[in-house]
Design a protein around this ligand. Sequence first.
Ligand code: CUA
Length: 193
Amino acid sequence: MSESVPAGDRSPAHGAGETAARVERRWATVATAIVVLLTGVAAVGGIHQATMPQREVQTIDPRTLHLGGEFVETNLGSAAEADGSVTVRVVGQQYSFTPSCIVVPADTPITFRGTSSDVVHGMLIEGTNINTMLVPGYVSDIPVRFDTPGEHLMPCQEFCSVGHEGMWARVKVVTRQEFAAMANGHPRVSCVQ
Ligand code: CUA
């Protein structure tokens, strides 16, 4: 005796079961497609990052910073550029920043360039989202803009040994006019002018 349902005489319960199976297959297909898509996105992103060089990696010899080149002591501090922007150069060392007080104008495009002469330090300007590492052998380059004059603490935010908690500098934001007056006749500006 056959138990198959004769064609054209299917019970409502049997039809509902087929519909449920079809819907479940559809959802399984959608879920699989999502997993495949996410795996693909992660793979493409990972491979892209691993194979493409960073925009720009700038290296520097931490043993000769003090002897010459961009981060020699007389070149540190704020420099007014010909295009109206300002470049600030900072060196972190156990346990201070040079210069220890930085002056910058408000409402001006500024580039902070920093490196370390010994271990990894951090540079965080309180009250802003400016936060970068100073890694020996590399130059950190970060664009900055301050809307209003004021004063900010700039602590080292990376534990760099026993004197870490005493390592901080100040960032004084002055008006453009004040900065122009300070920069007049001085290739590099710092708090002590
Ligand atoms: Cu330098 Cu912590």
